[in-house]
Design a protein around this ligand. Structure first.
Ligand SMILES: [Zn+2]
Ligand SMILES: [Zn+2]
Length: 367
């Protein structure tokens, strides 16, 4: 079968590989037909990230713990590319109950069993029955493959696959595998308790998650959502997504917010977040702080700031967002900036824009 590989900076390549087969009763084989580029994919697609991390950790610029926690080869090509997709179920194991061949499902990027204590607590990103950071589309766990494949194996089909109704256009749901539930993690739990919150999203390197956060906050009834970024494209998208006010990065803002989402993933974004958050407010961070940096704890102490970070828990939070989409409260297509064909994936994914999705015709039903 054909599988797209990340080779090195700005180089993707189709390779012929062996198709996965079912060898366990809880598994499924699925065929992705829409796949998206995750915000993190852009960071290594357009940078010699693995080399930079190695040199940076020797020089003391990069956090050495990255390699210890994520593995030495996390961003080192070649590895199967892609970890966000919507797929058709092709085959299921004997004990799979919730999904059948022909169904459409979102495939969470994390491998999770659904039955350990962490999965049962909604923390599917830390499943204790799989090796740490088990996921599609990175260099650490090659056995899982990537989303840009003719077929992929889902080890725990009932726990992982989330069925999508035939009444919803699935193409723009490709990022339900990761970036959209990651956006939910930023604001969803707080807005579930009380939607009357003012929110500032500081966008940037984490390109689409900040914008999906705007959509989710709006869908959940946040009282005010403002957006800041240095990219004109994303400022326009934020307006389209319903942000009340949009600001350039150097704008003077006098207001303070109940929640500030730091989606630039660096020191500049963090210091802005501390400045703009209300006393006793919450900062939620998206992305990974790869560079070494000190937390300004004394400033956070003086304001009583709570800081939240973490990897997405893709499967449980995707289900919460899918309910908003099904209720027509949230339109993820507002963040999509490029759609292309599966066959043109290399050129499409090497385009620098906010959210790229590629797709191909389905096997079981024409679309
Ligand atoms: Zn991702
Ligand atoms: Zn588990």
């Amino acid at each position: 079968m054909n599988q797209l590989y990340f080779i090195k900076k700005e180089k993707l390549e189709w390779r012929e590989t062996t198709a996965p087969v079912i060898n366990g009763s809880l598994q499924a084989i699925v065929r992705p037909f829409a796949a998206a580029k995750c915000d993190l994919d852009d960071i290594y697609l357009f940078n010699n990230l693995n080399t930079k991390l190695n040199i940076g950790s020797v020089l003391g610029i990069v956090n050495k713990d990255f390699h210890r926690l994520f593995g030495q080869n996390f961003f080192k090509g070649p590895f199967p590319f892609g970890h966000e997709c919507v797929a058709e179920v092709v085959e299921i194991g004997d004990q799979v109950k919730t999904i059948k061949p022909g169904d459409i499902a979102t495939v969470p990027f994390q491998i999770s069993c659904g039955s350990c204590i962490n999965c049962n607590n909604g923390v599917s990103g830390s499943c204790s029955n799989t090796p740490p950071i088990s996921a599609y589309g990175f260099g650490t766990h090659l056995q899982f493959g990537g989303a840009m494949s003719d077929l992929i194996k889902v080890p725990y089909a009932d726990a992982m696959l989330l069925k999508i109704s035939e009444h919803i256009d699935p193409i723009h749901l490709a990022s339900l595998s990761d970036n959209i539930p990651d956006a939910y993690r930023n604001v969803g739990p707080e807005l579930e308790k009380n939607p009357d919150k003012s929110i500032l999203v500081i966008g940037g390197k984490v390109k689409s998650i900040g914008l999906y956060t705007v959509l989710i906050a709006k869908a959940m009834g946040a009282s005010r959502i403002d957006y800041m970024d240095y990219s004109n494209e994303r400022l326009e998208l934020a307006k389209r997504c319903g942000a009340n006010n949009v600001y350039g990065f150097s704008s003077k803002i006098t207001e303070q917010y109940d929640i500030v989402v730091e989606a630039n993933s660096d020191k500049q974004g963090l210091f802005k977040a501390i400045k703009f958050v209300r006393p006793n407010g919450l900062i939620s961070s998206s992305g990974i702080y790869l560079k070494k940096m000190k937390m300004p704890l004394i400033e956070m102490y003086s304001k009583g700031v709570t800081f939240k970070t973490g990897i997405a828990n893709a499967r449980p939070d995707a289900e919460k967002v899918l309910k908003l989409i099904t209720a027509k409260k949230l339109n993820p297509e507002l963040v999509t900036t490029k759609i292309d064909s599966w066959d043109n994936a290399i050129e499409a994914f090497l385009t620098k824009t906010t959210k790229v999705i590629v797709n191909r015709p389905r096997l079981f039903s024409s679309n």
